[in-house]
Write a protein that binds this ligand. Structure first.
Ligand code: GCV
Length: 690
């Protein structure tokens, strides 16, 4: 990325601190790297960038072990290169989970060697990035003994990019980075994107929107409808997909496509897409063969069916397992997989219950190579939701958890909201799927094909993510998908050091801002008691989801003159009963339901008293105000870093904090007015100006 017109994010590879630089130079001025697979080309390139940047000297890369040096770095499979095969336990390395790796300091023929080895070539890429991360975080590296395996086999980004038109649904960082008109020509930026993804352990990318036929959505603008991504399955376009796949492959990343359920009719010339029709089955099989001829490591298909205007098996009176299985059978001979989204809903008095009602009865009926992709919560990526009931109730089904990295409901490209704490909350939640102590992260890690999926946020903007600080969400997503046990504090620290360097003031101030920011965002966007969908929708063609408009969505918050909240207990919509015990019991009672989800599960009088004696309405007012206060303190703290961060990034972020303060105050005012209009109980505070 050196010299590129876009930002290097956390791969800036700034010079190391005085304390470390001589040790890094001693150990890494020479490298002996295997030249086997395409991934090794990526490894060599990264060493040049990384070691070159951190030590100020590009390493000398050898094709045989250097003899007359004090120390060298060596990277390769365990049985391929002498310094490695003679110093590590080959069988132990080969026995690691795919993508795992070992980094070890050894002595070989009197020379200090740092060995990076792995059971497969992808692991070498991850091991290389790990080593470079140690350098950018200024860690000592003289005596390493690291063994890593990813907790989740699948760690995938889903782009919601509309091919050809290059718009991005819920994207806040400019147009799509994928230039389909010029593909199969490759842009340097694809390589740099692959580097960013691989550096945090992401191993899959779906390159187009799950809404593959947007014309079905009323009011969608003409150009978007025309170019929605179902056409990518056409033979003429597959070579474009193959070109992208060849870039990502070098970084161990498999490519996926979102496809339309009616593809046999849209792309093929069949008159039906009925999954039980033999011509349909044959069509999918032939299409899969064609794709794998071009892209042998193709990952598979992502499917949004029977949801928000997309077609699906319901059109033919079939269920979702019948719908998914026909496509899965086409992919199975090629080791491909269907990622079938559980985001299915229709008119219903409580949308929360629908994913479970649709999918739980189908547990055990999906083919082995179907992953049911479940959003973290039952509604739709709200600032905070309870955890989807499906994670605890589909033991016979391969599941993945879909998180949203792009900030659709948490301030989009303007607000700072670091989402790792949210994702930690999701992954640590105890589902009781297999008795006490079965958190979501363990449900996901037990089976092949399970894992974590994130809705991407990257676009053509020079800083990739619209807001410099949103880069931390992409970084954090990958790191957490690799290792859900990592602490948010560790992730933040790594990201800041790679991105802004080691100035203690910057590290301390920015860590605090980021770690605190999700809580503030919940407070002013929702009032902090579990209300959903308080935002403005906009039109189908110009969707908003940014401004406050609580009056628009009465079914989600249930505000009346007497009460607020939705009754999802056993005497209400019954959603609570979809959880296993003792979760159901905990949420069922107003007394034990956690305050932050109280109004998600219960409909309560405005003056209902909380544990500390404060009324519900006063707590809503207080939380909204606290959120604004917090954002003001971030703005001021960031301002104090002027001079410690380069002017360009400092100003960009400062301007966004100024705007966030204005927007947070607007949210606070609109919500508080709304609460007051219904409850007739005044806020004990002044209206906020800014
Ligand atoms: C891609 C929400 C978003 C839509 C998105 C949908 C989904 O409704 O607002 O933009 O569509 O979720 O996840 O499919």
């Amino acid at each position: 990325m050196a010299g590129a017109s876009y930002d290097a994010c956390w791969l800036r590879y700034e010079p190391a601190t005085e304390e470390q630089i001589s040790s890094y130079r001693r150990l890494f001025s020479h490298a002996y790297v295997s030249d086997g697979a395409p991934e090794l080309v990526a490894v060599r390139e990264e060493l040049r960038h990384g070691i070159g940047g951190v030590t100020g000297r590009e390493p000398h890369v050898w094709h045989h072990p250097p003899q007359s040096v004090e120390a060298f770095l060596t990277i390769g499979l365990p049985d391929e290169m002498r310094p490695i095969s003679e110093t590590v336990d080959i069988a132990a390395v080969q026995g690691l989970n795919p993508d795992g790796y070992v980094i070890r300091s050894v002595t070989w023929e009197g020379i200090d060697c740092t060995v990076v080895t792995a059971p497969n070539d992808r692991g070498l890429v991850y091991g290389t990035f790990h080593l470079l991360r140690l350098l950018t975080t200024s860690e000592p590296v003289d005596d390493l003994d690291i063994v890593e395996e990813p907790a989740n086999e699948e760690r995938i980004i889903n782009h919601w990019d509309n091919p050809f038109h290059r718009s991005v649904e819920r994207g806040y960082a400019g147009p799509s980075i994928f230039d389909w008109e010029s593909l199969p020509d490759r842009r340097e930026r694809y390589v740099d994107y692959a580097r960013l993804l691989a550096s945090v352990g992401i191993n899959g990318i779906s390159v187009n929107n799950v809404n593959t036929k947007i014309s079905a959505r009323e009011g969608a603008n003409e150009a978007v409808s025309q170019w929605a991504g179902w056409q990518l399955l056409e033979s003429a376009n597959l070579e474009k997909v193959a070109a992208l796949a060849s870039v990502f492959r070098r970084y161990g990343i498999r490519t996926y496509l979102s496809v339309n359920y009616a593809a046999p009719m849209l792309v093929g010339d069949l008159e039906t897409a009925d999954p039980l029709n033999s011509a349909v089955e044959q069509w999918w099989a032939t299409k899969a063969d064609e794709i794998y001829d071009l892209i042998p490591d193709f990952g598979g298909f992502v499917m949004k069916a029977d949801s928000e205007g997309q077609t699906g098996p319901y059109d033919y009176g079939r269920d979702h397992a019948e719908g998914a299985n026909v496509i899965a059978r086409a992919l199975a001979p090629h080791d491909g997989r269907v990622w079938w989204r559980a985001f299915v809903y229709s008119d219903h008095n409580d949308r929360a219950v629908q994913a479970y009602d649709t999918f739980e009865p189908l547990d055990g009926t999906f083919e082995d190579n179907v992953t049911v992709q479940v959003k973290n919560g039952p509604i739709d990526f709200q600032p905070r939701e309870p955890i989807s009931t499906l994670f605890g109730t589909m033991p016979e089904t391969t599941l993945s958890c879909e998180l949203q990295i792009t900030q659709e409901y948490t301030g989009q490209g303007v607000h700072t909201s670091f989402l790792v704490p949210q994702w930690k909350e999701v992954l640590e939640f105890d589902t009781y799927a297999d008795g006490e102590g079965t958190p979501v992260k363990d449900v996901l890690r037990s089976e092949p094909g399970q894992g974590i999926v994130g809705v991407g946020l990257v676009g053509e903007d020079p800083n990739w993510t619209g807001h410099y600080l949103a880069q931390a969400n992409l970084y954090g997503f990958g790191r957490l998908a690799w290792d859900p046990d990592l602490m948010a504090e560790t992730i933040v620290d790594e990201w800041i050091r790679g991105t802004f360097g080691h100035d203690p003031n910057v590290v301390k101030t920015l860590s605090w801002i980021l770690l605190d920011s999700w809580g503030a965002s919940i407070d002013y966007h929702t009032g902090g008691l579990g209300l959903m969908h308080l935002m403005y929708n906009g039109s189908a063609a110009l969707e908003n989801h940014y401004d406050p408009a609580p009056e628009e969505w009465p079914v989600y918050h249930g505000a009346s003159a007497e009460e607020i909240g939705i009754d999802r207990t056993s005497t209400g919509s019954g959603y609570v009963e979809q959880y296993r015990e003792p979760i159901a019991e905990r949420y069922e009672s107003v007394k034990t339901c956690p305050e932050e989800l109280l109004l998600f599960f219960h409909r309560l009088p405005w003056d209902h008293e909380l544990a500390d004696g404060t009324t519900v309405v006063q707590r809503l007012y207080d939380n909204c105000h606290a959120g604004v206060e917090a954002v003001r303190s971030y703005r001021d703290a960031w301002k104090s870093l002027e001079g410690n961060v380069d002017d360009h990034r400092h100003r960009h972020i400062a301007e966004r904090f100024d705007e966030q303060v204005v927007q947070a105050a607007k949210w606070c005012n609109v919500l508080c007015q709304f609460f007051y209009d219904h409850s007739d109980i005044p806020d004990k505070r002044e209206r906020l100006e800014n």
